[in-house]
Ligand binder design. Structure first.
Ligand SMILES: [Zn+2]
Length: 393
């Protein structure tokens, strides 16, 4: 006895095998028709239909025949894998995740909102989210705290962090350490050592937030291992990824060569300025992943939404395929929880971001009130999660 999904998959492929279109008209739950499908996981950029059954991608082909319970007319739209945002604060309230879903975000990581003392609430939001939500436990027991959570190094307790991970193995996927001077002062390196100690007990990555650090990058980067993540990669000086002449430090490219990942991390204050993005990208130093550093108030900040953050890179010449890769397949590779995501492969969970690419004059903001005008902007159009169109909220 075949289950429903096997039956549908067989039926969907039968016309191609038999060469008799419509001989077995397939029945799907949803067909996304006529969109420009961009799936960087397989290098596809072409007009295709996407058929979905049983919450999984059933077919990606031109002109799919067959009935569907629901159809989305995607002509003129971009059809991409659901977006994965690896640095958000969506876990701070249960209202956050459904809001992010509206922007095409079908997977997110709350990066250090909670430490050992308050991770339980963040983990509960992650478990209750409509889409896949995960979190990084802050090495400081307080989580992100006003005035900076690491000025008292005793807050960075390896034992408490390990306990927090052990309590929430299903949703905690790494450890976060915020290392900027205003958060950690001269405790940055010791905090990072403790973060590594807690993470390595569970074979998890560490994400560090950098920018105006007390210590230079050449002291910080050697403490990172393959698979660790540097967020706010384009934070301006002091102690940025660039030297006084604006050249990339060799330590930074060396870290990337040995598998350290670099994430954009938009945020609102101190995390990037246009000049640093321009200088670094001109030297070929692009993000592995984009992320928003989003929270439920971000609509009215320079973040706006994930597609807005992605669109900033058109101005620096990044191709659309690569822009989508940074928000989908590249992000999915960072954490094993997202192994089967960030792709429209047949059989993958049917998480899809429908985006509209508009041409015009669009103003974009850095973290220092700097504005630049771009000619293209991606807008969220619709989101499909596990095969179902997400309702507008
Ligand atoms: Zn953050």
């Amino acid at each position: 006895m075949m289950n429903r999904r096997q039956f549908l998959t067989t039926a969907a492929s039968a016309p191609f095998i038999a060469g008799v279109p419509n001989a077995f008209a397939a029945t799907y739950d949803l067909i996304i028709k006529g969109g420009r499908v961009i799936d960087p996981s397989v290098g596809l950029d072409a007009v295709r239909d996407v058929a979905i059954a049983g919450g999984k991608i059933a077919a990606v082909e031109p002109n799919i025949a067959g009935d569907a319970t629901e159809t989305i007319d995607a002509r003129g739209k971009i059809v991409a894998p659901g977006l994965i945002d690896i640095h958000t604060h969506a876990g701070r309230s249960k209202e956050g995740p459904p809001l992010a879903l509206q922007d095409g975000v079908t997977g997110w990581v709350d990066a250090g909102s909670g430490g050992a003392d308050n991770i339980d609430a963040i983990a509960a939001v992650a478990r209750g989210a409509p889409q896949i939500g995960r979190c990084l436990v802050n090495i400081a027991r307080t989580g992100v705290a006003p005035g900076g959570e690491l000025h008292d190094i005793n807050r960075a307790s390896v034992a408490l962090a390990k306990g927090a991970i052990a309590r929430h193995r299903d949703v905690v996927v790494g450890v976060k350490a915020r290392l900027s001077n205003e958060v950690a002062g001269p405790n940055d390196l010791e905090a990072l050592r403790r973060a590594q100690e807690a993470a390595s007990a569970f074979n998890l990555p560490v994400m560090i937030h950098v920018g105006q650090n007390f210590s230079p990058m050449r002291a910080i980067l050697p403490l990172l291992k393959r698979g660790d993540i540097v967020t706010h990669m384009y934070a301006p000086p002091p102690n940025s990824i660039l030297d006084d002449q604006g050249r990339l430090f060799p330590d930074v490219t060396a870290a990337r060569r040995r598998g350290v990942l670099f994430d954009f991390g938009n945020g609102i204050s101190g995390h990037f300025d246009w000049a640093t993005v321009e200088r670094a990208t001109k030297q070929g130093f692009w993000p592995d992943t984009f992320s928003t550093d989003w929270n439920a108030m971000s609509k009215t900040s320079g973040v706006v939404d994930f597609p807005n953050v992605m669109s900033k890179f058109f101005m620096f010449g990044m191709p659309l395929m690569q822009i989508i890769a940074c928000a989908t397949c590249n992000a999915a590779r960072v954490f094993p929880s997202f192994d089967d995501r960030g792709t429209l492969n047949v059989g993958a969970p049917a998480d899809v971001a429908l985006l509209e690419l508009r041409e015009g004059n669009f103003e974009f903001l850095d973290n220092y009130k700097g504005t630049r005008t771009g000619k293209q902007r991606l807008f969220p159009f619709a989101t499909v999660l596990a095969g179902k169109r997400a309702p507008r909220v």
